[in-house]
Design a protein around this ligand. Structure first.
Ligand SMILES: [Zn+2]
Ligand SMILES: [Zn+2]
Length: 642
């Protein structure tokens, strides 16, 4: 028999007989173990049973690799469909793709699946895994496959096949179950070790609400039960910390259908909101920013000049007034360009740094809105810098320094930096783009950050760097960003006078450190589980009386705290002390001051932190001094943040 040459990633070569399954090749080369679920042949991922018919490069695909995990999860979707058909033969199958951390499968069934159904399905899945059912690929002419699925009563599969251009299609068979699928799959159901069905939801066939409603079962699958358990724990923790639950529970904000995606900040939420803005404002003097106030609504001519109208107009709120079209601003930049152009600038005036806490509106589709993380109405700690090309590097360095300072205050220490480069659709000259990308790279390198490049992900007007922060739940959030604008200064005809007396176009930078205040609050709530640091806590101290006898002293203590500039409240209700403490802890109030007869007589207070540690009574003045010291942004408080 003819032989062919296979090459491993390390360059090792071997002669094998033509038609040898790739699993055998891997075994003969010592590259096969229980973690291997598929193989790469000349870079293409295939089933382990695939026969090798020509000279090629071969590599194993481990279940721990992203590709391997995807194969495992899709194979678990097939396994789930097999179990569903065993339990409910009248159900029709449709599609079952993978998603982040898991998979789903849509079934045609009139009534929804119940949690008990999910348990039964999982049980049957485990039986099929125990039976170690081989999973085999078959090929079939498309017409024959249509007849085959019609014969099984699977109308949706027949419909999918109708829309496929290929003449031949592949099916995957495991025991009595057959699915139309491109593959690849794990070789046997025994390879599926750890899974859980997580939820059920309605979904329209082909995502179109004019079509019939299907039942979607979601699940997750992992290489080991250890990884599955860790994932389920993470999900549970995320639910507990979800800002959409905690925010309203802590009386910080709410959302109402009367203004979709536009949060109402309650008195306590407004304290947090304003404290964040105030903190950023407090840095502006030192970093050379000046605050400006600019219009909310502009004639759309402005957005045509800036290029937003073309790229962004489906995402804007537009309106007609006096026969003219107006738009509510989705960002401050074009308005700042107008402001810059209101006066003549010399190189000596630059850099100009405009900071603006204006409200912005973006028309996000209702289906995409989510709590405070995806909103229609928001405020950013936004600023635009206009400088000379020679000042660019030092402006970028200053921005990095400011970001470091702010992240330090919040204790955000796990940072990843990304550089997002020119997208396919872009404005401005390519030389400007190249120079801008080079400047960003240079400054990041000097600052000592390893950089992940995200090709093509820059904004349409310029490249961007992002400082991504990883939270306690291992999720990554882009907060601080800076972009070099390669289009707007020229489009708005901005200029300054150079030392030689000629006109030149200034460099424009867009930057924010917190990003949207709304989204930042959401992230902070989830990262701290609602235990905001003292300087941000809406109520910093609550005074708790034990009986009516301390009413007078309680008022006096609260009053002194308020006069010291602390956010204090008195709880003198006729309730048990234990209940008052529990409520304070639930509301995540950093400190509770218990005042009984002894404290009233001695002019002391007995502090208790929200994590339950109590300290011995101390004079009120001493406590106030300690708190004032601790309520400074970035000061570590006695009570750990998480
Ligand atoms: Zn499939
Ligand atoms: Zn901007």
């Amino acid at each position: 028999m003819a032989s062919i040459t296979v090459t491993m990633p390390d360059g090792a070569k071997r002669q094998v007989e033509i038609g040898t399954p790739v699993a055998e090749v891997l075994k003969s080369l010592g590259s096969y173990n229980r973690q291997v679920v598929a193989a790469k042949v000349n870079g293409r991922i295939v089933d382990l049973s695939t026969q090798i018919c020509e000279d090629c490069g071969v590599a194993p695909v481990s279940v721990e690799s992203p590709e391997g995990l995807d194969i495992l999860r899709h194979s678990t979707a097939h396994l789930m469909a097999q179990a569903v058909k065993r339990l409910f033969p009248e159900v029709q199958i449709t599609i079952g793709p993978t998603i982040a951390d898991g998979f789903y499968y849509d079934f045609k069934r009139d009534q929804p699946f119940t949690p008990e159904d999910l348990n039964k399905i999982e049980e049957v899945m485990r039986e099929i895994v125990a039976a170690a059912c081989p999973i085999r690929r078959e090929e079939m002419p498309r017409a024959a496959a249509i007849e085959f699925f019609k014969g099984l009563g699977e109308q949706y599969k027949a419909e999918i096949l109708d829309g496929i251009p290929e003449d031949a299609v592949s099916l995957y068979r495991q025991g009595e179950f057959v699915d139309l699928c491109r593959g690849p799959h794990v070789p046997s159901t025994a390879a599926i070790k750890a899974f859980r069905l997580t939820s059920v939801a309605g979904a329209y066939w082909r995502g179109d609400e004019r079509n019939e409603m299907l039942q979607r079962i979601y699940g997750t699958a992992w290489p080991s039960s250890k990884e599955l358990d860790a994932y389920l724990k993470r999900i549970e923790e995320a639910k507990q910390r979800d800002h959409r639950r905690l925010g309203p529970a802590l009386d910080l904000f709410s959302l109402h259908p009367i203004a979709p995606g536009s949060p109402f900040f309650h008195p306590k939420g407004a304290v947090v909101y304003n404290a964040l803005i105030q903190y950023m404002r407090s840095l502006y003097g030192r970093y050379g920013y000046t605050e400006v106030i600019t219009p909310l609504i502009f004639k759309t001519e402005l957005w045509q000049t800036s290029g937003h109208y073309e790229a962004f107009h489906d995402d804007m709120f537009l309106m007609k007034a006096e026969e003219e079209e107006y738009g509510v601003k989705p960002m401050n930049c074009p308005g700042h360009c107008y402001l810059f152009a209101t006066r003549k600038h010399s190189y000596r005036d630059l850099p100009v740094r405009y900071a603006d806490f204006s409200r912005l509106h973006r028309f996000e589709r209702s289906g995409t809105l989510a709590g405070l993380t995806r909103v229609r109405s928001m405020v950013q700690d936004d600023a635009h810098i206009y400088c000379t090309p020679a000042q660019l590097d030092s402006e970028l360095e200053q921005f990095i320094a400011m970001t470091r300072e702010v992240y330090g205050v919040f204790g955000f220490d796990r940072i990843e930096v990304t550089l997002q480069t020119r997208p396919e659709r872009f404005l401005g000259r390519i030389e400007l783009w190249d120079a801008a990308e080079a400047a960003l790279r240079r400054v990041l390198e000097q600052a000592g950050y390893p950089v992940t490049v995200l090709p093509g992900e820059g904004a349409f007007y310029g490249p961007k760097i992002g400082f991504d922060f990883r939270d306690v739940l291992e999720r990554s959030w882009t907060l601080a960003t800076i972009q070099i604008d390669c289009a707007m200064p020229e489009r708005f005809g901005l200029k300054y006078v150079t030392p030689e007396g000629t006109d030149a176009v200034p460099v424009m930078l867009h930057r924010a450190v917190l990003g949207s205040i709304e989204r930042f609050i959401a992230i902070l709530i989830e990262h701290t589980a609602g235990r905001l640091p003292l300087w941000l806590a809406p109520v910093q101290v609550r005074v708790l009386t034990i009986t009516e006898r301390q009413d007078h002293y309680g008022r006096e203590v609260t009053d002194r705290l308020l006069r010291a500039g602390l956010r204090a409240e008195l709880d003198n209700r006729n309730e048990k002390l234990g209940l008052k403490i529990r409520e304070g802890q639930l509301e995540k109030v950093p400190y509770m001051l218990v005042v009984g007869d002894k404290e009233a007589a001695n002019g002391t207070v007995a502090p208790r932190s929200r994590s339950g540690e109590s300290s011995p009574a101390l004079p009120l003045d001493a406590f106030i001094d300690r708190l004032l010291d601790e309520a400074v942004p970035g000061r570590r408080s006695e009570t750990p943040a998480s």
